[in-house]
Design a protein around this ligand. Structure first.
Ligand SMILES: [Zn+2]
Length: 474
């Protein structure tokens, strides 16, 4: 507990920093929180978090966390005033939101790349959240700031965000064995609400074997929905838990999808189980967004004190959704002339597979894959990526560096050339990003193919968003 005076002083200093950042001192979203914790010590964040009437919900995962957070904020804002932070997902931006906003519930995205550059256990202790929401966990960022980041320690860091929870609910994806095990291991301490898919018309075109997160043996899948997400079991007894909120029906049309969602889950404010079943109609937003939809609805239904509003609020949001809810730089399919071009970020194997599955809905003929490579020390990412590229069976491949190293990109290209002898390589430098962006735009727009998928590594705003803008301007 920080003294009242010091807490007030810290709040005052933080607010002063907010004023300063508004008039151009820079730093914006995280500076006020940074100043606050310098004056009040990090412990002051704890006091501020406890001022929230209902508490905080923290969202994490490899892919889908910004989208899920955005959807949850939208849903919950219909019932309550909330404090929120997303995209800029550090403890300082959470502190800034606590400081500068008003509201009874906090909804915060928190990204964790590894233990050295994240403090998941500290965040858990300071915020003392009533909810931790997991999207999905897969291999990404195999190096952070030049240091190797093995998957085990990355996974461990995600676990730490909820490990010491003694109250509240963990909302987690039961189709993903890694996030499911986090729930199973905490089921004696807190309530667990699982979400997942309960239909068999979503199937991955080329799923790879993965190891049981509990014992290390290869998992046995009866169905793979999307990469490692599916219905699985293991010799050690570990198996997919039953979802509390599930997709029980789907009609996929080219202009809209009708999804039927059924829930029987624990509502935290009422401390009792609630049930619902309804249809929503959404744009054809890709199978991964079904998970983001389920995650946000499950989290919302778990933590809203106004359970009578659930069906109405969910329908209001999703039936009126357009694709603008997708964060900047993310994969989208645009039609340019008579071409369909799918483009956007795919920084890890899972994200690239999601993009590939999304693009496959549009491809109806020969197609080209323009692949932007990872960097030095990211061979694991390349291997995951390349499995997806090969699995898609493109008719032509173009390779472009997605990050800094051109020589490493060429090494990756030489591997690709063995399977795709007519693959082309463009050694475009990251120092001349404008040129790289123009060339990538040009390659896609002037491709010999009617279907082009352009994805891989690349900075969201500075690369993908710029190429999208370029394309719209042509
Ligand atoms: Zn096992």
């Amino acid at each position: 507990m920080v003294g009242k005076l010091r807490l007030n002083l810290a709040k005052f200093s933080g607010k002063l920093a907010s004023q300063a950042s508004k008039v151009g001192f820079g730093g914006g979203k995280s500076i006020p929180g940074f100043v606050f914790s310098k004056v009040g010590t990090q412990e002051a964040i704890k006091d501020m978090a406890h001022e929230l009437k209902y508490g905080s919900i923290v969202l994490t995962g490899t892919n889908g966390k910004t989208t899920t957070t955005t959807l949850l904020i939208n849903l919950m804002s219909k019932d309550l005033q909330i404090r929120k932070s997303y995209e800029n997902n550090t403890i300082n931006s959470i502190a800034t939101a606590l400081l500068n906003q008003k509201g009874d519930l906090g909804i915060f995205e928190y990204g964790i790349r590894n233990m050295e550059y994240g403090i998941p256990d500290t965040v858990q202790r300071l915020l003392d959240p009533i909810g931790v929401v997991y999207t999905t966990i897969s291999q990404e960022h195999t190096q952070v700031n030049g240091i190797k980041n093995p998957f085990d320690s990355y996974y461990e860091a995600k676990i730490l965000l909820s490990k010491e929870m003694e109250r509240g609910v963990i909302v987690t994806n039961c189709d993903d064995p890694r996030t499911a095990l986090i729930g199973i291991n905490k089921q004696d301490d807190v309530k667990i609400n699982y979400y997942g898919i309960a239909i068999d018309d979503i199937k991955d075109f080329d799923a790879k074997a993965i190891k049981c997160p509990k014992c290390g043996e290869i998992l046995d899948y009866s169905i793979n929905f999307l990469n490692h997400r599916g219905i699985y079991s293991c010799k050690c007894g570990f198996k997919r838990p039953e979802p509390n909120v599930k997709l029980v029906g789907a009609e996929f049309n080219s202009d809209k999808w009708k999804l039927t969602i059924e829930g029987d889950l624990f509502n935290y404010p009422k401390s009792e189980n609630i049930q619902f079943k309804f249809d929503i109609t959404v744009p054809p937003f890709g199978f991964h967004n079904i998970y983001n939809t389920l995650a946000s609805i499950t989290a919302y239904a778990t933590f809203t004190p106004k359970v009578e509003n659930i069906e109405k609020n969910v329908k209001d949001l999703f039936n009126n959704l357009d694709m603008s809810f997708i964060p900047p730089g993310r994969f989208e399919v645009v039609s340019v002339g008579n071409k369909f071009i799918g483009l956007g970020q795919g920084d890890n194997g899972d994200a690239l597979k999601i993009n590939a599955m999304f693009m496959k809905q549009y491809i109806d003929g020969e197609f080209e894959f323009i692949y932007t490579t990872p960097d030095e020390n990211e061979e694991e990412i390349f291997n995951d990526h390349y499995d997806v590229v090969k699995g898609m069976k493109p008719d032509h491949v173009i390779v472009v560096p997605g990050r800094t190293s051109i020589s490493k990109a060429e090494e990756y290209y030489n591997i690709i050339k063995k399977d795709f002898p007519d693959a082309e390589f463009y050694p475009l430098s990251s120092e001349e990003m404008g040129k790289r962006i123009d060339k990538l735009t040009d390659l896609a727009v002037n491709s010999d193919y009617d279907y082009v998928i352009m994805t891989g590594c690349g900075e969201e705003q500075a690369m993908w968003e710029e190429i999208k803008k370029n394309m719209i301007n042509r």
